[in-house]
Design a protein around this ligand. Sequence first.
Ligand code: 15L
Length: 274
Amino acid sequence: MRVLLTGAAGSIGRVLTVGLTDRGHEVVGLDLVPQPDGVDGGWHTADCTDPDAVADVFAAEFAESSLDAVVHMAGHPDEASLPDSLASHVVTTAALLDAMVEHGVTRFVYGGSNHAVGHTPRSGLPDGLLPVDTRPRPDTFYGVAKVAAEAVMSLYADRHGLDTVSCRIGSFRAEPQTVRNLATWLSHDDCVRMVDAALTTPAPGFAVVYGISRNTRAWWDLAPGRALGYDPLDDAEDWADRIEAGPDDDAENARVGGPFALDGIVRPALDRSS
Ligand code: 15L
């Protein structure tokens, strides 16, 4: 497939550029920054919060060729004010989906987040696993924006017949680093496997999958991802004896959002000038 990948200069984007290319896709990168040295393929430097800039990217691509799908990984990966979070995650998603509708591109794969449901207590989960159809329960304004981005994806699936898959990523790292990561880790190779499955699974409509490896201590249900063809191969448990216990482990393990669900990250929704 010919894929427009946003956030292509970021950590996930760089891994996906190589991994999806290895799997036979053609990747066109899009990011706020110019194409980094060592990153191959087509490139656009543009801000996805600007619908005109996004429209220009699509117009340029369709003047020369076409696109089969968009993989949207751009976005601020941390807590911010509510307006900044909505711009970074919801406005960008909407701008891309509008351009897709205009040009007949029907597949959208999103870098969602576990923080869309991060305030869910881990106690009492059925079989210890969080289902994908649990109620949205964000732990931050970042999580609120991830929930809202999924809502826009659902609307465009229903209204325009797009296939939109949200991959609620856990902890994307080369290796797990904390006790929480033993449950939430997503390896680089499994991230590529997940996005490839989300791109190629037939007619998913609107779907949500949890973006973690096949971790022995997983908190999140991988069955919906497996149903879409995501077959993770890595397990954080292989690193377990190298990870030291930390002072925040118990608090981080109480809710699925871990550190984002702790009181220390609480901030007002809106930045005031005085
Ligand atoms: C995320 O969604 C964040 O972008 C990342 O910074 C990590 O905190 C990750 O979740 C996680 O939960 O480990």
